[in-house]
Design a protein around this ligand. Sequence first.
Ligand code: BG6
Length: 541
Amino acid sequence: MSPARVPVPEPPARTARQLREATSSALRRRRADDLNPLRRGLRLERVPDPCSFVLFGATGDLAHRKVMPAIYQLWRTNLLPAEFSLVAVARRPYTDEAFVAEVRASVEAHSRVQPIDEDAWAELAKRITYQQLDFGGDAGFDRLSKRLDELDAERGTAGNRLFYLATQPSQVTEIVHQLGRVGLDHELRGAGWRRVVVEKPFGRDYESARRLNHELAKVFRESQVYRIDHYLGKETVRNLLVFRFGNGIFEPVWNRSYVDHVQITVAESLGVESRGAFYEETGASRDILQNHLLQLMTLVAMEPPSSFHADALRDQKLQVLRAITTPDIEHVRHDVVRGQYGSGWVEGVAAAGYREEPEVDPESETETYVAGRFTIDDWRWSGVPFYLRAGKRLPKRATEIAIQFKEVPLPLFRDSNGDPAPNVLAMRIQPDEGIMLRFAAKVPGLGLDVRTVNMDFDYGTSFAVDSPDAYETLILDALLGDASLFTRADEVEAAWSVVTPIIEGWATMLAPRFPNYAAGTFGPEAADELMQRDGRRWRRI
Ligand code: BG6
């Protein structure tokens, strides 16, 4: 796992050339430092090897909103090598100039640092070429292979290639097959690594995920495959590991003896926007539960890894996924709730119901909300419920992990005024990133009144630096060959074996009467009832 990255200060007055020169001398220094064991602990930023970044689906939404702004940001802060080329691949015809102009507009619209640094952009733009390619045909891949060889000679990209598949999931198999056919998977002796980054959704159930893993494995070794779950690249999610394993005081209470239950929430105020057709096929269980929510759960529940090497970390996450009780039909009926939003008001603005959204079936039974109670069958967590929920068109955007601790064994302050509630440790993943600890305190005065107060750590005020976007972190890690924040084949399959029985169970049951929550509310009543049955309630977000 990469260390926390110290952002490079803004370079306003320097030209791109000066920046490159500065980078090379910094690189030389870093290489010398790498050889010096005393300095190895003081990790500076690492810069990837010279390489070509081949972006499939380059004209799509993901490429424009996330991948290209992240590449620009990495380039701007000197985290990409000078010997870098980006080959944009898609079906539509474009000239290099037209593509670069379109990407420039997207970077302007979505970059987290404004305004655009003209010198840096000009240098990056020189390294971008566009290649039209029909994913189903051989000819385009033959041309691509040749082009990449030419770039090695022209740009010094040294035979290293990262294939980023920002395409429709259905196109992944044929692209991978073609890459194998033209030999672009082969790592060359001495030089030339080959990696493939695959976007979510990774399959739509256990069987299809296994098939996809199988197809990938026909061409690439597992160590070459980087499956993205962008939540793992979020700064606050990475901090969860530091919080748990960089501090000694939490681990002793991080178990069934002290924890009453855990709540993990991914709430969004947005609806499905322009992704109606995609969402109809997906729903909240495939879109968020199978990946983001279960990944957060693994990070909360896993045993300490022996190191932050990719496999050490992923082995521990896998143990958690495998220990989650597989939901049976009774569990699905009682402990998992699905919802779909109707019309309502979100943040003061009228919002249409899901069934009125573009490209959505007016009688759709797709869930836009899911909540469930899960348990982990191991010594640490046996008997501790994990309540997970995710929904669209909730009152606000908030992702949070809350650990609620057990009540004190003897409530000594029962008779005092006030209501000392159990301790809660809440980790705010986004927005207002931070960590809050709730505890009881005496109200000043002559009596013995007790009230609950919050102790708050706020990222924004504690660190006066911007966090990188998750895509910056993950793309850099993939280029550096660090797979710790990417999901492994067995992890993805284990997560599907938790979610597939839910989806299959629902298929055999009568769907609830949808819509069952209004846009701008906290989800269906059944989700509250789920908690009430256990004598608990959802935290207000
Ligand atoms: C994506 C889902 O993976 O995550 C989207 O497909 C969702 O439906 C998004 O909106 C949420 O990501 P973030 O980073 O905005 O919390």
